[in-house]
Design a protein around this ligand. Sequence first.
Ligand code: ADP
Ligand code: ADP
Length: 234
Amino acid sequence: RGRLEFSDVCFAYPTRKEAPIFQNLNLLVPAGSVMAVVGPSGSGKSTLVSLLLRLYDPNTGLITIDGHDIRDLNPYWLRSNIGTVSQEPVLFSCSIRDNIAYGVLDPNAVTTEEIHRVARAANAYDFIQAFPSGFDTVVGEKGVLLSGGQKQRIAIARALLKNPKILLLDEATSALDADNEFLVQEALERLMEGRTVLIIAHRLSTIQNANAVAVLDQQRIVECGQHTELLSNR
Ligand code: ADP
Ligand code: ADP
């Protein structure tokens, strides 16, 4: 379960009807596979994400998960079955534990064991007692400055706890320093295991572990194939 499909999707932003972003976009991500979408800036990668998260709906065409039109799905079901890790991890003014549990329907029902399990898998266990810095007034404690990679590992622990069918990695490793890139990469690989994954990336080099790569340009998918094929075509 977790097959994702965009079928003949046409979309223009309401403010720019004259300039459609997608014209008959088709993309199939089989359940449990890893699909990367690459494309130059302005090619519509963020728009694709917005459509999947239903910030906008297509003008025509369909987006389906396991054959269900996402417009017919319960919004809670949709939100809890699409996990996102993006370039800028979002942390909230609360403890790391609460940051990991953030967004689950009933945070109080989450056990300490579960939090520790996902924190370990995300390589975030070592600093689980810390408070993100900048929130001193809110948490009444001296905040700890977390590195970009540590914040990213907290976001990964949060996604692991949610246990979504579909995982959206939006430039998830593009803003990291070499220092902790391995720890983030390892955590991401654990998160990807057994899920349908859509990776959004600028560079082909960041997506070696994808089963297939779709190249987005000029309002549609212009090429789709294996990573090695696409590299050798260039
Ligand atoms: P990418 O993520 O690949 O850089 P985007 O999806 O952000 O591409 O942008 C695709 C096109 O849509 C661009 O021409 C951009 O200017 C336009 N665009 C993005 N967001 C909006 C918006 N909210 N309203 C109108 N046009 C937008
Ligand atoms: P079911 O017991 O049939 O899985 P739920 O009561 O869990 O249904 O469904 C809640 C919402 O989630 C419904 O809108 C249903 O259509 C949707 N849903 C359930 N399973 C899936 C799935 N595998 N893919 C897409 N949508 C689903």
